[in-house]
Design a protein around this ligand. Sequence first.
Ligand code: PRP
Length: 210
Amino acid sequence: MKPLRIALTKGRLEKDTVALFETIGFDCEAVKNKGRKLILPVGEHLEVVLAKAADVITYVEHGVCDLGVVGKDTIMEYGTSFYEVLDLGFGRCRFALAAPKGSDFFSGYASKTIATKYPNVARNYFESKAMDIRFIKIEGSVELAPLLGLSDAIVDIVETGSTLRENGLEVVETVCDISARLIVNTASLKLRKAEIEELVAQMEQATQEK
Ligand code: PRP
């Protein structure tokens, strides 16, 4: 039978997932010596696809990959039509609202501007707050926006907090916690139920052992 195909988010989540596969006992040599190759075997029953986070969701939603490993941040921004089956426990960080130190973001009635790489997450977060907010999409180094006077605050990922600290910003509120998740295509879960359930169980156990 053809191997199950799993899309991994390139970079840190990829490395953490490979470490998890090694805990299970899968042969990961091909991925570890991958060069520029993007599709690689892991053991005999699994094929790894290396992709950018949002593309992991696209490949799983379209069913060209059976499973995927992606951050909860990307899931919240881009995706819903798949099963999220496991919190892998790594890639931990949080979404936060952050503003220049001492700026008192919630004071006053004037409309506020938020810069973010995650407009859907930011919009959902502010929906319940009954505030007049304008959102501006930024592609990276979002912390620049309030420093340059483009926005009053940002909604962004905070891991260690160093980027905020070193740029004179501070967390106003945590929006939610983030970690890596295992996702499964809905049709694959029906068609290859036994294989997928076995892999999920192995990954779950390895997650607990780590
Ligand atoms: C992320 C995030 C913050 C930073 C947070 O950016 O957007 O800028 O990491 O990490 P810290 O709290 O440990 O400082 P990333 O490095 O992924 O690049 P980007 O800004 O280009 O998106």
